[in-house]
Design a protein around this ligand. Structure first.
Ligand SMILES: [Fe+2]
Ligand SMILES: [Fe+2]
Length: 328
C-alpha cells in the first residue's frame, strides 16, 4: 500500500521518470525526494520527501513485484547523494567498543566529507543521527574506549575526522557525568557531528593552510558557527544540537564568539561540546600545531583554559584517562 498521500493526482509523467532499484534503498534511511511506483503503467506517488524506510516496507514492495522504484529527474542531485550515503559501510555491533568506536569514527568522517562536498540533505542528517545512535550505544558499553581514537596526521582529513572524534569525546564525558538519557546523549552527539558544518562554506585552502593565517582568514574562520547555523536552519535538528553548532566557541568567561555569551547562558551540552572540541584540537596534528599527548593537553587546559572551559568536563576526562591508565 502506498504510504503517504498517494492519490491519482500524484502521478509522475513518464518522460520525467528515472529508476532507482529497490535494493539500493536501505533500511532506516530517509529518502528526501518523492518515490513513485509503477502501477498498471502509471507512476503513482508512493512516498513523499522525508520518508523513513523500514524493513517491512521494503519487503512488501519486493513482494508486490516493485523491483524498480522511480523518482523525478529534477531530484537527481538528491538521489545521487542519497545513494552515496547508503553506500557508506554499516557499523558492526558485534565489534568490541575499542574497535567499533574507530569504525564509527571512519563512517562519521566519510559523512562529514560528503557534507563539505554537497549541500545538507535529509538523508545526510538521518545518517548523522544513525551514527550518533551507534556512538551512544558503543560508549555506554565502555566510555574509556575513546582512548583508541587516533591522531590524524593527514591535514586534508583532519577536518572530517575531527567532528566524529569530538562527538565521541563528548559522549564519553557526558556518560562519565552520569547522563543516561539516550535522547539527550544523541542530541549531543548529533550537535557535535555537525558542529563545524559552517566550515563547509570556507575554502579548503584556508582550512588546511600551512602556516599562520592572515587577519582576514581568521575572520572568515570565526564566522563558521553562524554559517553553520544558516546551513541547518531549514533542517529538523533539535534546538540543543543547533545550540552546539552556533555556540561551541563561546567561553564561560565571556571571551568567546559569536555572541560573547556568559556562563549563565551556556547550556551543559554546549559546554561538553566546547571542551571536547578543544581537547581534540589540542591532541591532534593540525596545520599550525603539532599534537600533544592527552595528559599534556589536560595540563595545558588546567593552566590556561580552566576559566573558559567547564571544570566538570575537565574532571570527567581526567577520570576516564586515569581509569585507563590503571587498567590498560
Ligand atoms: Fe568550530
Ligand atoms: Fe571543531
Amino acid at each position: 500500500m502506498p504510504h503517504v498521500n498517494a492519490s491519482k493526482n500524484f502521478v509522475l509523467p513518464k518522460d520525467e521518470a528515472a529508476v532507482i532499484p529497490v535494493d539500493q534503498v536501505k533500511v532506516n534511511s530517509v529518502t528526501d525526494f518523492s518515490i513513485y511506483i509503477n502501477k498498471d503503467g502509471q507512476y503513482d506517488l508512493f512516498s513523499a520527501p522525508g520518508y523513513k524506510w523500514h524493513n517491512h516496507n521494503l519487503e512488501q514492495l519486493v513482494k508486490d513485484g516493485h523491483g524498480a522504484l522511480f523518482y523525478h529527474t529534477a531530484d537527481s542531485a538528491k538521489v545521487d547523494q542519497y545513494l552515496k550515503i547508503s553506500q557508506l559501510p554499516s557499523i558492526d555491533p558485534s565489534l568490541p567498543p575499542t574497535q567499533r568506536v574507530l569504525q564509527i569514527t571512519d563512517v562519521g568522517a566519510e559523512l562529514t566529507k560528503m557534507l563539505y562536498d554537497s549541500p545538507l540533505t535529509g538523508a545526510s542528517i538521518a545518517k548523522g543521527e544513525e551514527i550518533a545512535g551507534h556512538m551512544v550505544t558503543c560508549l555506554s558499553e565502555d566510555n574509556t574506549c575513546v582512548v583508541a581514537l587516533g591522531k590524524l596526521a593527514n591535514h586534508h582529513w583532519y577536518t572530517y575526522y575531527h567532528s566524529a572524534r569530538v562527538a565521541s569525546y563528548a559522549i564519553a564525558i557526558a556518560i562519565e557525568m552520569g547522563m543516561t538519557n539516550k535522547e539527550q546523549l544523541e542530541e549531543l552527539a548529533v550537535g557535535c557531528l555537525f558542529h563545524d558544518i559552517g566550515k563547509s562554506k570556507i575554502t579548503l585552502e584556508i582550512l588546511n593552510k600551512n602556516g599562520p593565517l592572515t587577519n582576514d582568514e581568521w575572520g572568515m574562520i570565526r564566522r563558521h558557527p553562524e554559517l553553520g547555523d544558516e546551513v541547518v536552519h531549514e533542517s529538523h535538528l533539535t534546538s540543543v544540537s543547533r545550540d552546539i553548532i552556533l555556540h561551541h566557541h563561546e567561553r564561560l568567561d565571556g571571551a568567546g564568539y559569536p555572541h560573547k555569551l556568559g556562563a549563565a547562558e551556556i547550556i551543559q551540552e554546549v559546554r561538553i561540546a566546547s571542551f571536547a572540541d578543544t581537547f581534540d584540537a589540542l591532541t591532534t596534528n593540525r596545520p599550525y600545531q603539532p599534537s600533544r599527548s592527552r595528559f599534556e593537553a589536560l595540563d595545558l587546559i588546567r593552566h590556561r583554559f580552566l576559566e573558559q572551559l567547564d571544570k566538570e568536563c575537565y574532571k570527567m576526562m581526567v577520570m576516564i584517562l586515569q581509569r585507563v591508565a590503571k587498567n590498560p
